[in-house]
Design a protein around this ligand. Structure first.
Ligand SMILES: NC(=O)c1ccc[n+]([C@@H]2O[C@H](COP(=O)([O-])OP(=O)(O)OC[C@H]3O[C@@H](n4cnc5c(N)ncnc54)[C@H](OP(=O)(O)O)[C@@H]3O)[C@@H](O)[C@H]2O)c1
Length: 242
């Protein structure tokens, strides 16, 4: 059995997830790279190991219930407790469509990953998280997950109008609050974060922050102490409005 403190990051084979994984490994955690594609996941693991960091692959498609349950069973056979879960996996399908044009099947597919995926993974790994001493869960939301910001004409987020992606992140924020309330008596803290506008494949590399910069808030909220917040929404400058 591996005695090091353990962290799992979903969608960790690239982008912000890979940067979070690297940051947590640098902070001393053994990091499980959650990836839906084995080859892409193994490449990410090799990158971290080449940098002298401790990481391994956990094949995990957050949109697929059997994959998630298989991954939870695999991890439970290997470790006694999971200290950190970062629900980072996320997708957009078509940013060019007006709300009235979004296809229902695309909206469902976005929800399967961004919303149901985070719920499915949290529920499946909860036994391992409960076995840890004060586990932390971070939900990767977005600035557009804030109803306050998308309705504020002075906010950069008010010009974004993505029916499926935006509503999936708003709902993810509510999910964060729900889990936080249930798990607070157990000392498990659950917070949502927004990474800023980050240069990744998700936005055709149009962001202005590096993945490492985008990972900072998630890493900070994963490492909060017993006096840290739970059930909140945080960005680079602290608490975000809901
Ligand atoms: N980039 C931004 O500016 C920005 C802003 C706000 C929020 N976010 C959020 O940040 C998170 C990471 O996004 P990113 O910008 O780093 O995007 P990215 O580079 O496209 O990475 C997304 C990651 O999610 C994985 N993924 C997608 N579907 C999955 C599934 N069904 N199961 C497991 N993994 C899956 C991808 O794996 P594959 O390589 O296999 O596709 C990839 O590893 C997302 O939740 C996104 O909504 C990003």
């Amino acid at each position: 059995m591996n005695q090091q403190r353990q962290a799992l990051v979903t969608g960790a084979n690239k982008g912000i997830g890979l940067a979070i994984a690297k940051g947590l490994a640098e902070a001393g955690f053994f990091v499980w790279i959650g990836a839906r594609d084995r080859a892409r996941g193994e490449q990410a693991v090799a990158q971290l190991r080449d940098a002298g960091l401790n990481a391994a692959l956990l094949e995990l498609d957050v949109a697929n219930a059997s994959s998630v349950h298989r991954a939870a069973a695999t991890l439970a056979a290997d470790i006694c407790a999971l200290d950190i879960l970062i629900n980072n996996a996320g997708i957009v399908i078509d940013m060019s469509k007006a709300p009235s044009e979004v296809r229902m099947e695309d909206m469902k597919a976005v929800y399967e990953v961004n919303l149901f995926g985070a719920v499915r993974v949290t529920q499946a790994f909860l036994p391992l998280l409960k076995a840890a001493d004060q586990a932390r869960i971070v939900m990767m939301s977005s600035g557009v997950g804030s109803l306050a910001l998308i309705t504020d004409p002075t906010s950069i987020y008010s010009s974004v109008n993505l029916l499926d992606y935006t509503s999936s992140k708003v709902a993810l924020n509510a999910v964060t609050v729900s889990f936080a309330k249930e798990l607070e008596p157990l000392g498990i803290k659950v917070n949502a974060v927004e990474p800023g506008h980050v240069r990744t494949d998700l936005n055709a590399n149009s962001g202005f922050l590096t993945p490492e910069q985008g990972a900072e808030t998630a890493i900070r909220m994963a490492l909060i102490g017993a006096d840290g917040p739970t059930g909140g929404f945080f960005g680079a400058h602290g608490r975000q409005p809901w």
